[in-house]
Design a protein around this ligand. Structure first.
Ligand SMILES: Nc1ncnc2c1ncn2[C@@H]1O[C@H](COP(=O)(O)OP(=O)(O)OP(=O)(O)O)[C@@H](O)[C@H]1O
Ligand SMILES: [Mg+2]
Length: 239
């Protein structure tokens, strides 16, 4: 359970998050909203890249804002970015191991954990293949493996399937759906792909101009008229 109260972020004259108050209770949560709505900013505040002007975040009882960002990673907060973070000249294994080392104390169990994360996301290649040799789908899976390695408690996914064709997006959705049961972490999935969000997320929150328009069961949220008009410019949501 993540409890967010009155979260506000300003960049100069721009208010990117404006008094966001929301409770995320389900293990699979969606985060939707038009371009510039504040989704990535929301993740940046949770992960510690941005300091809010006001507000509080409690995740499973922990005051996240009281922890510096490296401590949040050790606490179990993971994220992916809209742009790829994996290093092309390193292997799949080393890219995932890097996150493990950054977030785990000691070294025991590293190789098993890393290989388990790579297998979990469904990468079939030799883990020692260089990321630079992978196709777009496999590279996205490496990003996902980096987000689930070790013992994450909350995994923030920022448009993890952007640019992938439908079939690969569907496969990625199946992996994401398995994160709560197989990895033991809660997921917040920010995406523009309504099929992905409705197929994966039990509850969804909607941001527009930095404010929560609504949140609740995904099917209800996607039917909400305020969401249809804010997010889709009046077109009905089909899934
Ligand atoms: N570091 C920053 N400095 C100034 N303005 C910023 C910064 N980060 C975000 N913003 C502004 O905050 C608002 C929200 O941006 P954000 O990237 O969070 O939107 P988003 O919902 O992730 O959009 P998209 O769907 O395009 O990824 C935008 O107006 C953006 O220009
Ligand atoms: Mg974004």
């Amino acid at each position: 359970m993540i409890e967010i109260d009155d979260l506000t972020v300003r960049f100069g004259g721009v208010t990117s998050l404006d008094g966001v108050t929301v409770r995320l209770e389900r293990p699979l949560c969606g985060l939707i909203g038009p371009n510039g709505a504040g989704k990535t900013t929301f993740f940046n505040v949770l992960s510690g890249f941005v300091t809010p002007a006001a507000g509080s975040i409690r995740a499973f009882g922990t005051d996240l804002l009281a922890l510096p960002h490296f401590r949040r990673a050790r606490w179990g907060l993971r994220r992916t970015f809209q742009t790829e973070q994996a290093i092309e000249s390193l292997s799949i294994f080393d890219n995932v191991a890097m996150v493990w080392e950054h977030t785990t104390s000691g070294r025991a169990g590293r190789d098993e954990d890393v290989l388990r994360a790579i297998a979990f996301v469904g990468i079939r290649r030799d883990p020692h293949a260089k990321v630079g040799a992978l196709d777009a789908h496999e590279r996205r899976l490496v990003e996902l493996a980096r987000a689930v390695v070790g013992k994450p408690r909350v995994v923030l996914l920022d448009e993890p399937a952007a640019g992938l064709p439908d079939e690969e997006t569907e496969q990625m959705g199946q992996v994401i759906r398995a994160i709560p049961t197989d990895i033991g972490a809660m997921v917040i999935l920010a995406d523009h792909d309504m099929n992905l969000v409705s197929g994966v997320c039990e509850e969804t929150m909607v941001l527009d101009f930095g404010q929560v328009i609504t949140s609740g069961p995904t099917a209800d949220v996607l039917r909400d008229e305020r969401v249809v008009s804010a997010y889709l410019g009046g077109e009905a949501v089909t899934s």
